[in-house]
Ligand binder design. Structure first.
Ligand code: NAD
Length: 446
C-alpha cells in the first residue's frame, strides 16, 4: 500500500507545505542496495576514559572501509556518532555523554546513525557501575526521538570478552539495512563469532527455511536471505501455492506447501529436511502468522485457538522436533517474528498479543538452552509495516500507526527482512536472546 502522504511531503510543493504548516515530515530513509558503502561519510568516534571498546571499534570500522575521526570542524557533517561508554562507572561520569553529544548533535547527515556502546548492567563490577550503564538507555532512546531526519539511535551492550563479536551488529546498525530500527537495546555475548568470508554474501552455503513466505514480510525475508547467499525453502499453505511458486522462482529456491497447523506438519517438514542434501536446516525463520481481531468479550474460541495455533504452537512444535532429531546443526539460527503488540498489548488483539508475547518467551526460554549447542535464537518485533495486513486497517488507525514514530512513516517488509538477515549471519554467533523492534521507534507499543 503506497504511503501517498510521504510521497507528497517529499515533492516540491509538499516540502513547502510541510514546513509552513508544521505537518509530519517523513524523511526518505537511506536503505541498503547491493554494493553500497557501509556509511556515507566519516564516523565520529568518542570514548569515556578507561573504556574497553573504543580501540577495537576503531579497528573494526577501519577494516570495514569507514573513515574514522575523533573530532570534526564546525559545519562538517558525519554519517555516524559512535560513543564507547564502557568507561563510565558512576553517575557523575555520565557527563561524558553530554560532553560528546552536545557539540556534535547537529553534525549528523540525514539518515545518520548514533550508537552507544556499554557493558551489560548485570556484568558490571559494582552496583554504581550497573546503574550508570543502565542509564545509557534513556540517552539513546531520547536521541532517537530528538535528532529526526531519519537518524537511528541504539544502545549496544557488549559482554566483557565479546569485543570481537560486535562486528556484524555494528555493520548492520551503521548501514542502510537498519533504516527502520531505532531506540533499541541490543545485547552481544562473548561467544566467538567468525567473520564471514564476504560480508556482501554472508549466507553463502547456508540453507534457510522461511514460513509464510508467499507474500508480505515472509516473501521479503526469502528475497533478502537469498540476496545474502542462502538457498531458501519458501513454505506456505497450499492455498497460497501460486504466489509461493513465484517467490521460489524469483529466489531460485524451493517451494514447500504445508499448513503448519496440520497435526503431521512438523513430521513432514522434518522428513523433507532430513532427506535433502543438507540433512537439516541452518536458518529457520518462523514468520507465518495470522490475526483474528475481536475484544475478548466478543471473541469466539475458534479465533483464540487459530491465532495461538499458527503463531505460537506451530513454531514450538517445529522447533521441538527439528531439535530433537538434530536437524538444526551447530551454527544454526532460529528467528521468531513477534510484534510490538506482544510487548504492549493492543485492544482487540488479546489472542494475537498473547501469541506474540509467547514468541518473545520462546527467545528468552531457549537462548540459554541452545547456547550449549551453538544455536542462536532471536526475534524481530515489527511495528507498522506496509503489507496486506496493515492495508486492511481502518484509515484512522493506519495513519496513527504510520505517523506516530520517530520516522513519521511505516516500515517496509525489507526492513524486517534485513534485521532477520543480521541475526542469521555467521558473524552474529554472539547475538542471542534478543528481541529487536523494527518499528521506527513507534510511540505505540512502548
Ligand atoms: P501476511 O498475512 O501478508 O502473510 C502471512 C503469511 O503466512 C501468508 O502467506 C499466509 O498464507 C502464511 N500462513 C498463515 N497461516 C499459515 C499456516 N498455518 N501454515 C503456513 N503458512 C501460513 O502477513 P505479514 O504482514 O507479511 O506478516 C508476517 C509476520 O509478521 C506475521 O507473523 C505477523 O504477525 C508479523 N507482523 C506483521 C506486522 C505488519 O505490520 N504487517 C506487524 C507486526 C508483526
Amino acid at each position: 500500500m503506497a504511503d501517498r502522504y510521504a510521497n507528497f511531503a517529499n515533492s516540491g510543493l509538499g516540502r513547502t507545505m510541510v514546513k509552513r504548516l508544521g505537518l509530519p515530515d517523513p524523511p526518505r530513509l537511506r536503505r541498503h542496495t547491493a554494493g553500497d558503502p557501509l556509511v556515507t561519510g566519516p564516523v565520529l568516534l568518542g570514548a569515556a576514559p578507561g573504556g574497553r571498546l573504543g580501540e577495537p571499534t576503531r579497528k573494526l570500522l577501519e577494516t570495514a572501509g569507514a573513515e574514522v575521526t575523533d573530532k570534526t570542524d564546525e559545519g562538517v557533517r558525519v554519517s555516524a556518532l559512535v560513543f564507547d561508554a564502557t568507561g563510565i562507572v558512576d553517575s557523575p561520569q555520565l557527563r561524558e555523554l553530554y560532553d560528546f553529544f552536545h557539540p556534535y548533535a547537529r553534525a549528523l547527515q540525514s539518515s545518520g546513525r548514533v550508537i552507544v556502546l556499554g557493558t551489560p548492567p548485570e556484568a558490571t563490577a559494582s552496583p554504581k557501575e550497573a546503574i550508570a550503564q543502565r542509564s545509557l538507555e534513556g540517552l539513546t532512546r531520547s536521541i532517537g526521538k530528538e535528532f529526526g531526519r531519519g537518524t537511528t539511535a541504539q544502545l549496544v551492550y557488549v559482554a566483557p570478552g565479546g569485543e570481537a563479536g560486535a562486528e556484524s551488529t555494528l555493520r548492520f546498525l551503521l548501514s542502510g539495512r537498519s533504516a527502520y530500527v531505532s531506540g533499541q537495546v541490543i545485547r552481544i555475548g562473548a561467544a566467538p563469532a567468525p567473520a564471514p568470508a564476504d560480508w556482501e554474501r554472508p549466507l553463502d552455503g547456508k540453507l534457510a527455511l522461511v514460513t509464510g513466505a508467499a507474500r508480505g514480510i515472509g516473501a521479503a525475508i526469502a528475497r533478502i536471505l537469498a540476496r545474502d547467499g542462502a538457498e531458501v525453502i519458501a513454505l506456505d499453505v497450499p492455498a497460497a501455492g501460486d504466489a509461493l511458486a513465484g517467490v521460489a522462482n524469483e529466489t531460485r529456491g524451493r517451494a514447500l506447501q504445508i499448513d503448519l497447523t496440520a497435526p503431521d506438519a512438523p513430521a513432514r517438514l522434518a522428513g523433507y529436511l532430513a532427506a535433502g542434501p543438507h540433512a537439516g536446516v541452518d536458518i529457520l525463520v518462523h514468520n507465518a502468522g495470522i490475526t483474528r481481531d475481536k475484544t475478548i468479550a466478543r471473541m469466539s474460541a475458534d479465533r483464540w485457538d487459530s491465532v495461538i495455533g499458527v503463531n505460537l504452537t506451530a513454531p514450538e512444535r517445529v522447533n521441538d522436533l527439528l531439535l530433537e532429531r538434530g536437524l538444526i546443526p551447530s551454527g544454526g539460527r532460529i528467528v521468531g517474528v513477534a510484534s510490538i503488540a506482544g510487548i504492549a498489548g493492543n485492544r482487540g488483539q488479546t489472542n494475537y498479543a498473547t501469541s506474540k508475547a509467547g514468541v518473545i518467551g520462546q527467545v528468552q526460554a531457549y537462548a540459554p538452552v541452545l547456547a550449549g549447542r551453538g544455536i542462536t535464537i532471536n526475534a524481530v518485533a515489527p511495528g507498522f509495516i506496509e503489507t496486506a495486513m496493515t492495508a486492511k486497517m481502518p484509515l484512522g488507525l493506519r495513519e496513527a500507526g504510520r505517523r506516530l514514530n520517530s520516522m513519521s512513516q511505516g516500515g517496509l517488509p525489507a526492513d524486517v527482512a534485513e534485521t532477520v538477515a543480521w541475526f542469521a549471519s555467521p558473524g552474529s554467533a554472539a547475538v542471542t536472546g534478543n528481541v529487536v523492534r523494527v518499528c521506527g521507534q513507534s510511540l505505540l507499543g512502548a
